[in-house]
Design a protein around this ligand. Sequence first.
Ligand code: PPS
Length: 289
Amino acid sequence: MQLYQKWILLHQLTCNIDADFLENLDDFEIRDDDVFIITYPKSGTIWTQQILSLIYFEGHRNRTEDLSTLDRVPFFEYNIRKTDFLNRPSPRLFCSHLPYYLVPKGLKSKKAKIIYVYRNPKDVMTSYFHFSNLVVTLEAVNNMEHFMKRFLDGNVVGSRWFDHLRGWYEHRHDFSILFMMYEEMKKDLRSSVLKISHFLEKELSEEDVEAIVKQATFQNMKSDPKANYDEILKYEVGKRTDEGHFLRKGTVGDWKHHLSVEQNERFDKIFQRNMKNVPLKFIWDLNEE
Ligand code: PPS
């Protein structure tokens, strides 16, 4: 089976995607000023959506106060809040979990920009484990051992983490792409905002930068219903429990509370085997920096 057919099959089973749309993406018209955030799930998508939309709205919610982040930066491949989203005025801002081989060929024009955000995969897996037990559209899982197997085999939405990151990294020269790391954003949000705005060639005033940083903190986003997905999860996707939140912890190193020593060592071996020759830096715990 072709890679992309496998990807589509896996995603059709578990989430709301439009297979026809995806299979015919090659000729999808990309505009030069389109901006895509691309991530593996649970790696900082909503956070970057918030930053990107604030950059484009000059640090404020100017006239878009009533719009949720998802409406300002819609998902490219999921059928949620998609009314006429492709015909928006420029610049269009999108987010996506697509692997490099499924995105429209037009993205290779090198004019449209991609911000690829990655996070250490132990924290991704931990976040994903909780999320799978929170939303009704994903398969719930009893314990981390079960989830770890599913995650490492790629039997989750997003497929294998290793393939996603490696694929985008190895094909980075085909695109105009900026790699951002979740942990660096956590360490220094201000520099991260500046790095993103510089890449997008958007000049920000000092006042704008301050406003963006303030509104993109975990605490602020958690308490702003338009900046987190709590209402969307509750009323449109469906939650198994009222206890959990989309913005759960937002920390680095939470995996330490969920992986046993043996699971951690097993993970490390698989990581080393799969990430050979990928010189990207990883931060597993901010205290060990
Ligand atoms: S999804 O479902 O793929 O769109 O999820 P995604 O948005 O990629 O990832 C969700 C995790 O990102 C955390 N998050 C943040 N961390 C730090 N600061 C800010 N502002 C922030 N916003 C979102 C969110 O809490 C999820 O991580 P965990 O570890 O589960 O808390």
